[in-house]
Every structure is written in structure tokens, then in C-alpha cells.
Design a protein around this ligand. Structure first.
Ligand SMILES: [Zn+2]
Ligand SMILES: [Zn+2]
Length: 160
């Protein structure tokens, strides 16, 4: 049987999802965290979207599977995920916090009008150097380039 391009794509996506879940469970174990259905559900919701959701948005998604999960649990779980390094808080978005489970190298553009956070990837930005004097001063866990401006949709709207 010939596998169509679409199915191939679906399969590839499933493999990445499985691989990510396995890596996630591994990370939990190494950090002495129990692998609970809640943690898995929150993590899955996070890696299944590129909208950089807030805790409330994640809560809405997770509730479809786990009906009685509280917003507080989702909030705490997101913080835990950030602590063990499988997710991070999106920089520059103020309140409410937005989270990202995409740990592949990428950068963010944020629209100051609609607040949308859009992923982009520009390889030279992956390798920005940490100034020597900061290396001694801080324990750097993540470095990123972050851009702010007006997105395509918003600039089209204002030119019409
Ligand atoms: Zn915009
Ligand atoms: Zn992102």
C-alpha cells in the first residue's frame, strides 16, 4: 500500500509527539516527579498548539479530557513544567503569563496591537553569545532574541 503524502505527514507528527512525550516522562522521572494524567494532559495541550496559551487557555483545552481539573492545578503544573525545563514562560508578554512547550530553537515576534506571539526561526539567533562578565555573574538557563512590532494582520487593518 502506498502511503499518501498527507498520511506521511500525520505519521511524522505522531512520532514527534510520542518522542516528546517519552522525553517528557523521562524528564519527570529525573526530577523525581510523578507522571500524573494531569501533567501529561497539560504538557500535551502545550505542545499541540503554537498559540503560546495562558494558563486559562490551557485549562480550557485540558478540561476536555480531564473534566474536574482546576485552574489552580493547571497553573501549578505549568510552573512545574517550566522548572524542569520542558516549557518556558514567553518573555515580554506581561500578564497573564503565556507558556510555550516548543523547545526547538526558535524566536518570538510579538505584536504590540493584538498581542499575538508568533514563532520564527533565524539560525544566527540561536547562537548569540553570552558576555563573559555575565557568565560569571548569572546562571544563564535560556537566551533568546525577542522582537516586537506590528503583525501583518494589524498593519493591513490600519492601512485600510
Ligand atoms: Zn497584530
Ligand atoms: Zn514559541
Amino acid at each position: 500500500m502506498k502511503v499518501g503524502e498527507f498520511e506521511m505527514h500525520e505519521m511524522a507528527e505522531k512520532t514527534t509527539l510520542d518522542a516528546k512525550l517519552m522525553a517528557f516522562e523521562d524528564r519527570c522521572r529525573k526530577n523525581g516527579l510523578k507522571i500524573t494524567p494531569q501533567r501529561i494532559a497539560v504538557y500535551k495541550a502545550l505542545i499541540n498548539t503554537d498559540t503560546h496559551p495562558t494558563a486559562e487557555e490551557v485549562h480550557k483545552m485540558v478540561r476536555e479530557d480531564i473534566h474536574n481539573i482546576s485552574l489552580d492545578t493547571v497553573n501549578r503544573t505549568l510552573l512545574t513544567l517550566a522548572e524542569i525545563g520542558v516549557a518556558f514562560r514567553v518573555e515580554g508578554t506581561g500578564q497573564p503569563r503565556r507558556y510555550d512547550g516548543g523547545m526547538e530553537d526558535h524566536q518570538h515576534f510579538r505584536c504590540i496591537k493584538c498581542g499575538k506571539v508568533i514563532d520564527f526561526h533565524y539560525e544566527p539567533f540561536d547562537n548569540i553569545e553570552i558576555p563573559a562578565h555575565l557568565q560569571g555573574q548569572f546562571q544563564i538557563m535560556r537566551k533568546t532574541v525577542y522582537m516586537e512590532g506590528i503583525c501583518e494582520t494589524c498593519s493591513e487593518m490600519s492601512s485600510n
